[in-house]
Every structure is written in structure tokens, then in C-alpha cells.
Design a protein around this ligand. Sequence first.
Ligand code: NAP
Length: 545
Amino acid sequence: MTSSTQPSAHYDAVVIGAGFAGLYMLHRLRGLGMRTRVFEAGDGIGGTWFWNCYPGARCDVDSMQYCYSWSDELQREWQWTERYPTRNEILRYVHHVAERFDLNRDISLNARVIAGRWLTDAGTWQIDIERGPTVSARFLITATGCLSESRVPAIKGLEQFKGQTYHTGRWPKIPVSFAGKRVGVMGTGSSGIQAIPEIAREARELVVFQRTPNFSIPAWNGPIDPAHKQHWMANYPFLRERARNTRSGILYDYGTRSGVSMTPAERQEEMDSRWRKGGANFVHAFNDTFVNPESNQFLADYVRDKIRQTVKNPATAHKLLPHDHPIGTKRICVDSGYFEAFNRPNVTLVDLRNDPITGFEEHAVLTQSSRHELDAMVFATGYDAVTGALERLNLRGETGQSLREIWKDGPTSYLGLMTAGFPNLFTITGPGSPSILTNVIVSIEQHVDWIADCLQHMQANQLERIEPQPAAQDRWVAKVQEIATGTLFVKANSWYMGANIPGKPRVFLPFIGGFSTYVAICRDVVSKGYEGFTFSALASKPSCS
Ligand code: NAP
């Protein structure tokens, strides 16, 4: 791994980001014989799992599925230890992959891409690296992640606060101790719900500032079940293929009946059995959870009952009851003792809807009705999801306009893979692809493979430039929104809708038509000669250094 690059180097391809997407992309590009460089902003590889080292950070996809499938040896040799892998274990896995496939030598760390422009005549991308050289590449591929542009909300007076402040997605790499401290946590999404029980155990006092109560399902995490592991190890290729044929790329136990069609006893048994197993599988109890409000309500009521049973103080329990969105339409959370944490004497819940923050002082947060003295404040306030990291790159296409400018009314992308006017720029898990609605590793692999196959096609046919046709892109953008409109997801103020970022256009960001459907569409596009894309040979070639 290097922390510098050759000055003014020219590459066949530059990849931005060294997380799961960037690493696999590098591997595939090498296989095509392309001279490739990966630029990574962080001082380590792993992307999301490099940055997110907050207390309790772990993945809530089954560890046997939350890993690459492109190397059978790799998936057979790696030994997961828990049902849901911790951040540290995932990061160890990432390092293992990078070493095993000798990836590190083509990765530049501490190398944030701060701008890029397409040079039409040269047919290359020119890319600026912070405190580094400007490089050029025929192809530019973003692997910046959908949840990497962390966001601390603008809160009046925050700059006056003299205590420590943290964001879960930018957690320091040095140990953080909350022992004996008074800590505030703002945010009760997946990150907050994981961090809160851990911080509650350590801190002297914990104040949770909640804006929207959230649904969460117990993880019942523990050592991996040896029989489960053995089953996966013995049947990996088959099970992976089955997962790819589902709507989320994850082998859940997808319910086949409408919640409404079941008798009350059948429904209860279905929900009880899923609750006992734990995890996100719970919301897949019915085949119409996300389109039928009645079926959705059965599950939502069930979880609300569980919250009432778990949280001993009825007033606190009441504040924790999710009420403003159908279950699952904000990313479902999976927890280890989240609601139980509110039974601890050192934990206080502040309902910001009824008692909003009015400001910060040097050592306290003020709400309309109270003052909370704090030594540290943790923001688990999420991300400018899907588009934020891409827009930040300041990439300018053929007309000189940036992605941010072009996307001011919502992202435009064909298949989530490319944007018209930005030739030779591929976006792994870009807007309008299934990405964050799936096991994102499965989505990453599909995109990387599609891009690599496309580049191979271009090599074979001496094609040097590819871009989507505006009409094909318009149709895709409309389709993404049309499918979302038929679901309950559009009823929630979620980050899927861009609703968490003030001023962000309210459009549904991922493709919700299902992973397997999306894959079939991508295959169909290829089989029809890359329908909707335009290829060309370039008149002049850039000189290589
Ligand atoms: P998030 O889901 O966007 O949650 C952010 C939280 O901060 C929400 O409770 C939000 O309230 C609150 N918030 C934001 N701005 C606020 C403000 N101005 N005042 C008060 N509260 C505010 O972010 P996240 O928890 O980091 O999770 C993001 C995604 O990352 C997840 O949905 C998931 O896809 C992924 N993730 C996965 C795992 C896992 O695998 N277990 C763990 C962590 C993250 P509102 O709801 O009112 O907006």
C-alpha cells in the first residue's frame, strides 16, 4: 500500500474508494490487464468498515452472506465467528482479502479525490487528489459507498459546546472511553440503536435525544451456529445463486402469504416464530409487507407491543413507540438490548418532537424544558446517502457542469451505473440501482462484474468511449420513481427519500423493483447490444506516461 502516486501518471482506470466495491473492482480490472490505481481518502482500506468503529458497530446481515462470493476458495477458507459480524471482524476479513489477492500495491491511502473533469478531446478523466498529483485515466469508477458522507445537523450553538463530539461514521481510531462521563446520543437509526446499549453500559449518564422512534428487531446475536456454518460452507455456490435470485440478494425466509389472508392464530405464530429467530427476516413475514398497509400494520403493532413489554417505565415506552411510518419503510434496525437500555437508571430519553433542542452551552444541551450537562455528544445522525459522496467528488462532465448541478432536482442515472454527459464514468451502487435495499456486497459484485464485462467488450471491439443515451436514462429514472410510488416506502421521511437532508430533492434514491429483477434488466440490456448506451472510438489517444 502506498501513500503517494507517481506525479501526473496516466492509468487505464482510476477507482475511487477502497471498500468492498473498490477492492473487487481493482481485482477485476487487473484481470483485464488494465493499469489501475485506487485512491482512498482514509488512511486504511475497508470503506464503511474502516470509518464505522463506534461502540457496538456490526453488520446486521448474516456473516455467511456478508462476504464476497467471487472466490470460492476465499469463501471456504474464511471462518466467521458470530452470527452477525462485528466491525473489527469484517475489517480483518477485508485485510485478508487485500493481502490474499495482493491488492494493496495499487492503492493510494490518504488520497482524497477532490475534483475530476472529462477532457473530451483527449478522451480521459483528469483527476485531482488532495495534497497530491493530478492524474488521468481513460475510465473513472466510483466506489465511494452509499453511506459514507456523514452528516452532523446544523444545530444552533453547537460550536459553543466544549465537550467531545463524535459522529458514528467518523469515529476516532484511538480508544474512546466514556467511563465516568455524561454522554448524549442524538439519532436512533441503525447506528444509534447499536451504540446506545454499549455506551449506556460504560457511561455515568446517557441522554438519548430522539427525533423519530424507530422499529427494531432483536438480533439474538451470538457465536455462529456450527450447523448453519457447515450448511453454508457445504453449499456455498448453490446458496449464493439462490440469494441472487431474491429481491434483496439475501436468503431470508420470505413469507409467501399476505398477512391479511392469514387467520389471527396463523399470523401470531408467524410473527412469534420470526421474533424468536431475530433479525431483519421479521419484516419479510408476509409477501405484501411493503405494499399493503394492513399487513404492515400487523407487524408494526407486534413490535410496538414488544416495546411496551420490554420498557418498564410506561411513559418512556410510549415515547419509544414508532408511529409515523410503516415498519420497514425506514431501514429496519436490528439491536442487541436497545429497548432494554432504557430500563437502566443512568439512561434518560428526550423526545425532541415534544421538547426540541434550543441550543448548546459550553457543557450542556438545552431543550425547551430542560438542561442536560454533558461531557461528550455522539451524533448518530446519518448520511447524505447515495448521492452525497458522489456529488462531493466535484466531477465535471462534457458540458463542464458537475454532478451536483446536474442532479439538483434529483439524481439522473441509467441503471445506477452511468450518467448522461459523463462519458466513461461508472458509479458502483449508484442512484437508481438496488444497492442499499439489498445485501450491498451482492449488489457491488453485480455492478463490478457488469462494468468489467462492459470494459472487456469495449477492449474486444476497440471502443474507447461509453455513455448512456439521455432518453434511456429518462425512462430509467421515471421507472425507478414509478415502482417506488407503488410501495409504502414513499410514506416515510427516510434517507431513501433524501428526507434527512434539508433541501435535498425528495425522490426515491434506490431501485426498489427487486435485485433479481434488476439483474435480469441489466442482462437484457447487454443481450440487446448494450441497449441505451452509445459507444464510440476516439479520434485521438492520450499519451501514456
Ligand atoms: P440514519 O438511519 O439516517 O439515522 C439517523 C438518526 O439521526 C435518525 O434517528 C434521525 O432522526 C436522527 N437525526 C438526524 N438529524 C437529526 C436532527 N437534526 N435532530 C435530531 N435527530 C436527527 O443513520 P444511521 O443510523 O447512521 O444509519 C444509516 C444507515 O446505515 C442504516 O439505515 C443502514 O442502512 C446502515 N447501517 C447499518 C448497520 C447495520 O448493518 N447494523 C449499522 C449502522 C448503519 P429522523 O429519523 O427523525 O430523521
